[in-house]
Design a protein around this ligand. Structure first.
Ligand code: CP
Ligand code: NVA
Length: 330
């Protein structure tokens, strides 16, 4: 049944019901089908969209641009050095100005508080394209990919391994709890999510009738996983923590042994990307020189294996972001 999300912000999954997230996933699948069939949309015709980025991006930025173009909308990219946001002009004032020009605003940056302030004062829908705390549009693409692969979501065993309290781990926990997906964080105790967020997720999981577990055991913790998910060990803005994270997370690397330990031949591997899976990047080589580690959170073998769905997942960023814009702007 269509849900009316018109005029709503998309800042964090906690602001939505499971039914609303389901609706966005259905709309994403519908828009993906249309794109595949070469059917051009006009749902965003005449809409001007601002894309504010304090941090770099490949997928999120390009997904917003292509999704808007596909539906007849126009985008304007505003990078860190381009506007006064928070430097010479408050976030609140910037929100009130941009809201007079644009029909929708995407923000990617550091503090989650910034996107909440934009959302409170812009007067037009604001979408969170990643903050230090949450990455909700990514989770829509992740859940879409899981459903495409297995045909259903409820009852799937989803294991997230790595930095268990970053924006991805937080958002996946809420997304899974809303949709009845059993969720385990498999990481050292130092990196488990905050109690307060866990408590919120536990309440949602009770309603959707799924489990929520924490494990610090990289062998037992991944048992029976249908989905193995990891993210970078060091998120944007935390670069000074490489040595510490490598020490903590080395046993939690997704490698063939971990895949085997799930005990499931049909397990799939997901990663929001970008991923450190070889030495073929400047940073990958630097990490190798400084820490003698050629692969970090996932081995090249698993990344390139039959288990990996990472490029389907990356494609789905575009279809799900399109759904968020269409649902909130029309
Ligand atoms: N996954 C993701 O958000 O990628 P980008 O940082 O390239 O946008
Ligand atoms: N946790 C990562 C996600 C990147 C898409 C980061 O914030 O850098």
């Amino acid at each position: 049944m269509p849900k009316n999300l018109s005029g709503r912000n998309f800042l964090k999954l906690l602001d939505f019901t499971g039914v609303e997230i389901e609706y966005l996933l259905e709309l994403s699948a519908d828009l993906k089908g249309k794109k595949r069939a070469g059917i051009k949309g006009d749902n965003l015709s005449g809409k001007n969209i601002a894309l504010l980025f304090e941090k770099p991006s490949t997928r999120t930025r390009c997904a917003f641009v292509v999704a808007a173009n596909d539906e007849g909308g126009q985008t304007e990219f505003l990078g860190k050095g381009d506007i006064q946001l928070g430097k010479k002009e408050t976030v609140k004032d910037t929100a009130r100005v941009l809201g007079r020009y644009f029909d929708g605003i995407q923000f990617r940056g550091f503090s989650h508080e910034t996107v909440e302030i934009l959302g409170d004062h812009a007067g037009v829908p604001v979408w969170n394209g990643l903050t230090d705390r949450y990455h909700p549009t990514q989770v829509l693409a992740d859940l879409m990919t899981v459903r495409e692969n297995f045909g259903y979501l409820k009852g799937i065993n989803f294991v997230y391994t790595g930095d268990g309290r970053n924006n991805m781990a937080n958002s996946l926990m809420i997304g899974c709890a809303l949709l009845g997906v059993n969720y385990t964080i498999c990481s050292p105790e130092e990196l488990w999510p905050e109690d307060e967020l866990m408590e919120k997720a536990r309440k949602l999981a009770e309603v959707s009738n799924c489990t929520l577990n924490l494990s610090d055991d990289p062998v037992q913790g991944v048992k029976n996983a249908d989905v193995l998910y990891t993210d970078v060990w060091v998120s944007m803005g935390e670069e000074e923590q490489f040595a510490d994270r490598i020490r903590l997370l080395k046993p939690f690397q997704v490698n063939q042994e971990m895949i085997d330990n799930t005990g499931k031949e049909e397990v799939i591997f997901l990663h929001c990307l970008p991923a450190y899976h070889n030495r073929e990047t400047e940073n990958g080589e630097k990490i190798y020189q400084e820490h003698a580690l050629a692969e970090m959170e996932v081995t090249d073998r698993v990344f390139e294996s039959k288990y990996s769905r990472v490029f389907d997942q990356a494609e789905n960023r575009m279809h799900t972001i399109k759904a968020v814009m269409v649902a909130t702007l029309t």
